[in-house]
Design a binder for this molecule. Structure first.
Ligand code: NDP
Length: 393
């Protein structure tokens, strides 16, 4: 079985240029941090790779957010992390006593960083406990779960944000702005390719290959970045989808989930998106947008750092240079500012639901041999990230 690029390698590639990132971040994070007692308190639920590698470090450097509690099934790990972060032992929760967060005023936001199929339950329990929720992508593994999460946020009168970090990332924002400004001419074609080699020996990939915990496999884990990117790049919603796939069922990794899926979205403007995802191709998170006059190439376009964007006009290529930021700190600061009433909700539950609905349409088309599926259900995003999120924080 080919295993040339694992998730670990992808993350290593993704954080390439970390030194440059630290220097550039200093430039980018210009607004001063709030005093600690005014920062919004976050509880992180699920202490896996993303929490330990990106989210907790992001909270250390965040301007308006701070870590105040952890929720884990492994008490020893949680105690070690809590001690390292200076949290008292009464700030450690298990999944069993999670509902007690309702009585903990230190916690204002709960950040759900669990396997995808657990997002809905833990989001709804946090909302019922009176907390705001930031939930990792994909929002959930079914449309019904997404709808229940949105309804629970409404009933509790709390904010629900989905962790779409690219909505806050300077190069993606700059690409959106150039497209909106007409610098490319009319956008005609978007191509998004998001995938990597899945490694079943890595516990963090094992659940991603298990439909019960992951939902859609490569599509829900990686392809979702392309589904979301085509929508925020074009600032419109697909009205029709067709999809084809190729899953080698003799590969034990794909016993319950799909591997390669390629889809086409048709947009109301006439623009077309070709998207692909796989857990069995060379690692990539890239996209391109072709306009009548020029194109934007992003390769990589959605790594944690070191993204590389260029404006291409015939043979001329010009780098798009924007500050590197800690994308996780920025996104959590945005959520904190939403809670403080200082920022609009850019990636609400409805955004997560739209991607889950579109991914369902993709898999429905796949199951029907590429049959066209209408996705013209009238969704319109409430807030365009390009219109409200600053490139420099
Ligand atoms: P991990 O497997 O590394 O971590 C998940 C954690 O969830 C585990 O460490 C564990 O924490 C907890 N957990 C509870 N029940 C289970 C279970 N049955 N099986 C496995 N874990 C369980 O995953 P990641 O951190 O990589 O991903 C978590 C979420 O974050 C996913 O939804 C993923 O899509 C998203 N993600 C988003 C990224 C982004 O860039 N926005 C990047 C990577 C992931 P504990 O031991 O503390 O209970």
């Amino acid at each position: 079985m080919p295993q040339e690029i694992s998730r670990r390698t992808l993350i290593e590639l993704s954080v390439a240029g970390t030194a440059a990132l630290a220097a550039a971040e200093a430039r980018a994070q210009r607004r001063p941090a709030l005093p600690k007692d005014q920062k919004i308190g976050f509880a992180v639920v699920g202490l896996g790779k993303l929490s330990q590698g990106q989210i907790i470090p992001g909270l250390r450097s965040a301007r308006s957010a701070k870590l105040v509690a952890v929720v884990s099934g492994h008490r020893d790990k949680a105690a070690r992390i809590a001690a390292a972060e200076g949290l008292p032992t009464d700030a450690i929760y298990s999944y069993e006593d999670y509902d007690r967060i309702a009585q903990d005023p230190r916690i204002q936001v709960v950040y759900i960083v669990l396997p995808n199929a657990m997002h809905a339950e833990y989001t709804i329990r946090a909302l019922k406990a009176g907390k705001h929720v930031l939930c990792e992508k994909p929002m959930a593994t079914s449309v019904a779960d997404c709808e229940a999460m949105i309804a629970a946020a409404k009933a509790a009168n709390r904010k629900l944000m989905i962790a779409y970090r690219c909505h806050y990332e300077p190069k993606n924002l700059e690409a959106m702005r150039r497209i909106r400004s007409g610098a490319l001419g009319k956008p005609r074609l978007v191509v998004t390719d998001m995938g990597r080699q899945a490694d079943p020996s890595d516990p963090s990939d094992a659940w991603r290959l298990d439909r019960k915990l992951a939902g859609d496999g490569a599509l829900g884990d990686m392809g979702i970045y392309g589904v979301n990117a085509s929508r925020y790049l074009l600032n419109e919603e697909p009205v029709e989808v067709r999809a084809w796939g190729n899953t080698d069922k003799s590969d034990p990794r794909f016993a319950t989930t799909d591997d390669l899926i390629a889809w086409q979205f048709r947009f109301p403007s006439g623009a077309i998106c070709n998207g692909s995802t796989s857990f069995n191709y060379n690692a990539t998170m890239s996209f391109e947008v072709w306009g009548e006059k020029a194109r934007i190439r992003a390769d990589p376009g959605a790594f944690y750092g070191g993204n590389h964007f260029a404006m291409v006009d015939g043979g001329n290529l010009k780098e798009i240079d924007t500050p590197e930021v800690d994308q996780f700190a920025r996104e959590m600061d945005w959520m904190a500012d939403v809670v403080r009433g200082k920022a609009p909700l850019v990636s609400p539950g409805e955004e997560g639901l739209q991607d889950v609905r579109l991914m369902k349409a993709i898999t429905d088309s796949l199951a029907r041999g590429g049959a066209p599926i209408s996705t013209d259900w009238g969704y319109k995003r409430a807030v365009d990230p390009a219109a409200v999120v600053d490139i420099v924080a």
